[in-house]
Design a protein around this ligand. Sequence first.
Ligand code: BGC
Length: 707
Amino acid sequence: MNKNIANKYPKEVINLLEKMTLDEKVGQLYQAPFFSDIVTGHEYNSSETIKRIKKGLVGSILNIHNEEMLLKLQKTAVEDSRLGIPLIFCFDIVHGYKTAFPINLALSNSWDCDLIKRVSTAVAYETAHRGIHLTFSPMVDLVRDPRWGRVMESNGEDPYLSSILAKAYVEGYQQNDLSNPNSIAACSKHFIGYGQSEAGRDYNTVDMSKRVLYNMYLPPFISTIKSEVSMIMTSFNTIFDRPSTANKQLLKGLLRDELGFKGSIISDYTSTEEIINHKVAKDIKDAAYQCFDAGLDIEMVSETYINHLKDLIEEGAIKENDLDESVLRILKLKFDLGLLDNPYSYFYENSNQYILNDLTKSLSKEAAEKSMVLLKNDNILPLETSQKILLCGPMIDSQDVIGEWSAMADKKDVTSILSAFSSSDTLIITTDDSKESVSSADVVVMALGELGNEAGEGNSKTNLYLKQEQTDYFEKIYSYNKNIVVVIFAGRPLIITKFDKLAKAVLYAYQPGLEAGPAIKSLLMAESIPSGKITMTFPYHEGQIPIYYNHYQTGRPFDFSRPKYRYNTRYQDCQNEPLYPFGYGLSYATFKYENLSIDKQTLNKYDKLLVTIDCTNQSSFAAEEIIQLYIEALTFSVARPVNELKAYKKIMLKPKEKQTIQFELSVNDFRSYNLDMIHTAENHKYKIKVGPNSKTLYEAIVNVIDE
Ligand code: BGC
């Protein structure tokens, strides 16, 4: 073996590889399913998989959670196969194993790395104690189109925030030490561009410039690579006119050569053989060749590799050395996870004791409180204990608020809004929604929304309004009492313009997980103070989609002084502005921003720019505020977004407290890929904008020199 390769891997791993036959090597690249509800691909047969494990032809297993079965399979691999190489068990633990935390889009509204790290650490703990070694998370696709059901798994539309949160996930899962029995390996996905599926339809084509890819979609992946994520999954879509799974420019070129990613690259579910449907491969042998040649290590579910890689090597189309490298990466992960020392270390007696305890429940509640966003409040919230509160709406007692990718979480463990309010004996509540009862209530809390399975994979939608029955119900209750607080459960930003106009308050709860009810009650009663800010723009109207804050400038910007002028960028029948912009969210406190200042007019390379602003809590609530800093390039060689988030701080302010917030920027923060694909700030003036969201901003101008 080539010395350079051998030096990169532990001795144990090299020794193992040297003992392996070609079939066994190819087997390590196969990730077998072990469940009956196969969604695509050929019929699945569990006894065939067991036979293959015995022959050393399976490297890892997907989405199995029954511990007895896990143990049986591991024993088969270790005791019945020639070399006894243990399997890696992988599962999509996306926002909780047994304890359901809020969906990831909701968690991102917290802008809180510490929280996300604590959540992913807790998720890793439960997962690792149930025999699973690797999660297919974090999903770090940028999202701009709420028709796409998978927006629920993402960190929203901003590359900077998504990168920071992606790091927190990887650190929480992996804890810098895969041999730690409480940690699991992470896999960032879907490489790349999947969030831009055309028309918001899942699995659809993606087309974007290389510059958009590098400036927008790539940074969160880079962040996971820097955090040493163990694996990266390719996406289903084409990009630069090739399916990602067989895209050499992206896998070998970008991931390996340019970004130096050392972990394994895995396909998505049967996305290898799907390149035949994309019409870029003629048959499964050709698909195996193209995917392997592009740099793909592991094939999930489909069998192009196990059926054809050996032939391709014997025919000389693929080099055995390349196969060896792929196998070494997988064996190294097994080594890092401690599996080569003890293949059973993830199995515990009475493992129920490690899941769903009071600590994880209280973390789930905290996470839910910090994830929900108060979008509107016309002096109706917080509620008071003396008020007569009417609880109503189709979702008021719903436990279907966990959302998709819920792993082993059980809706029966969810506390609904009604149960949470009913458990308090100091509150005067009723659920009688007759005209008489509604009219006599001081305030109506109405829960509406999507069901859990309306978002998630394969759940794209064109109609983003709430169901007609819900609108009718709202109107009926509204005709009896105007003091309505609407709580909306959803996996995506829905079109809620009408409710937003009529209701006195809107709390967007997303899919908050197990502690939905207690968290909502706590926010409505001001036991905790709303602090979440949206990471995905809320459209005013469906026709505006895709709508996102960091869009490019146009040559004919909208002119607010001439809104009806036809030849500026506008709609005949709708405003351009979203209902709520990125970064928006209310608190019960009001914050005053003043005195924005910068410490120099010109920022040179290797220098630092200090930006300061005062923020005062004018209320009597101690509350958190997320202070955001954006830049705008006033000139550049290519179009750039109107605003680009570059820094933020989440701070706690006591009642009436004033704090001076300082940000430190370097020239790197102003850089972007320019006309020549050089990452540079060029030499230009930039606006620095600081404020509570992407629309309400205080500005200063700095001259940046990058040479
Ligand atoms: C999804 C992936 C997921 C995989 C395994 C696919 O359909 O796109 O995100 O990790 O299934 O469950």
